[in-house]
Ligand binder design. Structure first.
Ligand SMILES: NC(=O)c1ccc[n+]([C@@H]2O[C@H](COP(=O)([O-])OP(=O)(O)OC[C@H]3O[C@@H](n4cnc5c(N)ncnc54)[C@H](O)[C@@H]3O)[C@@H](O)[C@H]2O)c1
Length: 433
């Protein structure tokens, strides 16, 4: 594909508002976006329909998502549906700078994202999206919703609805709704089965292993890996680690997933026991300080710490920083060594979600389903927001099933339908022995 990149000032002035690292990276970004698109047939079908039907015509969408090639394909879909889109990053380390450049230069989408931006820069970008007066917010971790409710309350009256991508964001939104603080309806995309059963489990499972390997290049076979949290993400990581030959132990606080882990054939132990046992530690709880000062004191020389939960507070890095007196060396791009004197501990991707910081996040084939849900949820709220109140909504079951149906179809897989006799049997309470 040929493309005209912004080589002259005239073209620059035609570009949408943006703050990206380097527009000259756009060519590489286009190639990445096209490669991802090949793996996203469901989103492509939706985009083709959106192009014809324009269900989002004139709608201002403010999105705060990981700026990756898969997200770029979602942004293209929303734009095809007629939306005016502004995008910022939902994590300072997950931005693919070439993709951000391509979004601006090739696809005409307002993008505010640079990999490695500091906290202030991160909020400048969020505010830039808020400045576009979004009518629909699309969040991954609830940072945009929080900003609007905390600092940019004047914008709230103009927002009709939102969508939220991840578990942690949904937890924050439910807490806001319970406090009566949430001011507009939000659809929890994470709650769709075609999202969390696949994205959280298979997507994060594989890409977390990928991130750890890219950051360290260690051999996993025979390695003792501790996974904290046996929810959808933890299950995915544990099963993929086991598939690589690692010996896996689970740390949990809920007896039900802990029991599930035992019956899945995994070791389950307390976090203190695990600290002394493990060689690689991965957190996936959505909670805070899972491995903290008391755990670091027990960890062996060479222990590797990574996080795949949404926020970077699952590892208490402040304590590790104090313990090592600031003796930190950057050994590889996403690998830092903390020198504790008697031992060295290694941290990947500064404790930010390792699958995005050190690898490329979920494979596109999985994001195809998550983002199909996002696109269809946006269409749903654009149509139905009048009937919704300021609560957290699940994705309508018809959308969920439609995403699964289209995905199977794209894989060339046919399934059965119940016969009329089976429909009657399955809905009757009078049938029995
Ligand atoms: N890295 C990614 O790309 C990615 C993708 C999806 C979700 N996430 C994030 O991963 C996190 C987990 O998501 P999920 O869908 O698996 O959530 P989940 O609710 O299904 O599972 C979380 C598990 O952690 C356990 N837990 C909570 N506190 C704990 C503690 N102190 N010690 C041990 N276990 C504890 C809970 O009991 C639960 O079983 C969230 O922050 C979510 O936003 C990240």
């Amino acid at each position: 594909m040929t493309t005209t990149l912004p080589t002259d000032e005239t073209r620059m002035s035609e570009l949408p508002a943006h703050d990206v690292a380097d527009l000259s990276l756009a060519e590489g970004g286009i190639r990445r976006i096209e490669w991802a698109e090949r793996e996203m047939p469901v989103l492509r079908l939706i985009r083709e329909r959106f192009e014809l039907e324009k269900p989002l015509e004139g709608l201002r969408v403010g999105a705060c998502l990981h700026v990756t090639s898969e997200t770029a394909n979602l942004m293209r879909t929303l734009k095809a549906g007629g939306a005016q889109v502004a995008l910022c990053a939902s994590n300072p380390l997950s931005t693919q700078d070439e993709v951000a450049a391509a979004l601006v230069a090739e696809y005409g989408i307002s993008t505010f994202a640079r990999r490695g931006v500091d906290r202030d820069g991160y909020y400048v970008h969020l505010n830039a999206v808020a400045d576009t007066h979004p009518q629909l917010t699309m969040d991954d971790g609830c940072d945009l919703v929080s900003l609007l409710h905390r600092d940019r309350t004047a914008e709230l009256a103009g927002v009709m609805a939102g969508t939220e991508e991840t578990t942690t964001g949904v937890i924050r939104l439910r807490a806001m709704a319970a406090d009566g603080a949430l001011r507009y309806p939000v659809v929890a995309v994470n709650e769709a089965k075609t999202k969390h059963l696949f994205d959280n489990r298979y997507g994060t499972g594989q890409s977390t292993v990928d991130g750890i390997l890219r950051a360290t290049n260690i051999l996993l076979a025979g390695r003792r890996v501790v996974v904290a949290g046996y929810g959808w993400v933890g299950k995915g990581i544990a099963s993929r680690m086991r598939g690589m030959g690692a010996r896996v132990a689970i740390v949990e606080v809920d007896p039900i997933p802990a029991l599930e882990a035992v019956m899945d054939g995994l070791q389950v132990m307390s976090s203190m026991e695990a600290a002394a046992w493990g060689e690689v530690f991965v957190t996936a709880t959505g909670n805070v300080n899972i491995f903290a000062e008391q755990h670091f004191a027990l960890m062996r020389d060479g222990a590797i710490l990574a996080n795949s939960g949404h926020f970077d507070d699952e590892l208490e890095l402040g304590a590790l920083h104090r313990q090592c007196g600031g003796r930190i060396r950057q050994l590889r791009r996403d690998l830092q060594e903390y020198d504790l004197g008697d031992r060295r501990i290694y941290v990947l991707g500064e404790g930010r979600l390792v699958n995005l910081a050190a690898a490329e996040g979920h494979p596109a084939a999985v994001m195809d389903m998550s983002f199909a849900n996002q696109a269809l949820a946006a269409e749903y709220v654009a149509r139905s927001h009048d009937g919704l109140s300021a609560q957290v909504y699940v994705v309508p079951a018809e959308i969920d099933r439609e995403v699964a149906r289209l995905k199977l179809e794209s894989m060339g897989i046919a399934i059965d339908q119940m016969t009329p006799e089976q429909v009657k049997y399955a809905s009757s309470w009078q049938e029995g022995t």
